[in-house]
Write a protein that binds this ligand. Structure first.
Ligand code: GYE
Length: 315
């Protein structure tokens, strides 16, 4: 069945309803970033489960956080004449050429989770995911409140996500925007931890060696924060007390550390994009108009809120 669909893939998208009419089955090629974090694992599961539930035939690839691998995967989906391509771009820049190739092949593209900086927005149908600048701002706002009325300098270290990725760029700038209003907040070190636990630990060890007084750690995801907690404990300090910790994502492991007081605040970022993605894919194939931007709804958690939310947490 899939073979038959691929073999007559000349007519894609465009005219309403033309894409999926052969046997009714839509084939989606999905180029995932990798398996770098708990968030990513939950995201992959959500996409795979939602595809099955929606009756969509999913071709899935893991780029191991490398843009070149993602571009290769997208080109192979184009060659296979899938009905639709979806991907979460590992970095923001450098997508125009391959997106144009998809457009020329009349294969629609949906961006999920992360954005691209292409000026030509006709290169993709929609972008579904979080507002990462807002997430950074929420992290900054918690900090401002936490140190309200205190005059002493607050030394902050920052563990950035993957260099050049939308969440790293935006979580950094949203946070910086909020804290710059008060000069007592000083980011004394900021480096990438690639969104992984191992790198988060390694970079935090270096931060601790180089800086005798660290008051706050802002990590762009839970995994890096969890790695850093190991480094902080190994250095004989108490995470959440000696060094306050803010992270983003709110995956189960992060929420567990928050409930235990080792993390102080988490900004939620939902990985459960699968059902919405499949829904949008069907609409695109059916020629329906869809919004250019679909935002995910998110909240924030304190330790008390984490305790209450943990029993029902899906990821
Ligand atoms: O926060 C991080 C993951 O792009 C929102 O990627 C995603 C980020 C998420 O590795 O844990």
């Amino acid at each position: 069945m899939v073979g038959a669909l691929s073999a007559c893939g000349g007519e894609k998208e465009g005219d309403a309803g033309s894409g999926a009419k052969d046997d009714g089955k839509i084939t989606m090629g999905f180029a995932q970033v990798g398996a770098e974090s708990g968030w990513r694992t939950a995201n992959t599961k959500s996409i795979q489960e939602a595809a099955t539930a929606a009756g969509i035939d999913l071709k899935f690839s893991d780029a191991q956080q490398k843009q070149e691998n993602q571009i290769k995967a997208i080109r192979s989906y184009i060659a296979q004449k899938v009905d639709i391509i979806a991907f979460s771009p590992v970095v923001e820049s450098g997508w125009d050429t391959v997106l144009k190739e998809a457009k020329d092949a009349k294969i629609p593209v949906i961006l999920t989770d992360r954005a691209v900086d292409s000026k030509d927005t006709s290169l993709y149908k929609t972008f579904i995911g979080s507002d990462f600048v807002l997430e950074g701002k929420k992290a900054g706002e918690w900090l401002v409140k936490e140190y309200q009325g205190k005059a002493d300098t607050v030394n902050i270290v920052e563990l950035q996500g993957t260099t050049g990725s939308a969440p790293a760029n935006d979580r950094k700038s949203g946070f910086a925007d909020v804290i710059k209003a008060d000069p007592k907040f000083k980011v004394i070190a900021s480096q990438t931890g690639d969104f992984t636990r191992a790198k988060g630990k390694e970079v935090m060890e270096a931060f601790l060696k180089a800086n005798p007084k660290i008051d706050v750690l802002y990590a762009h995801n839970d995994d890096m924060g969890l790695g850093a907690i190991e480094a902080i404990e190994a250095a004989g300090k108490k995470p959440g007390v000696d060094i306050k910790i803010i992270t983003v994502d709110a995956v189960k492991d992060g929420m567990t550390a928050l409930a235990a007081g080792k993390i102080n605040f988490i900004v939620e970022c939902s990985p459960l994009l699968g059902p919405q993605l499949m829904d949008l894919a069907k609409k695109v194939i059916a020629g329906e108009t869809i919004p250019q931007r679909v935002l995910t709804e998110e909240t924030t958690f304190t330790p008390e809120q984490a305790k209450a939310a943990l029993p029902d947490r899906k990821y």
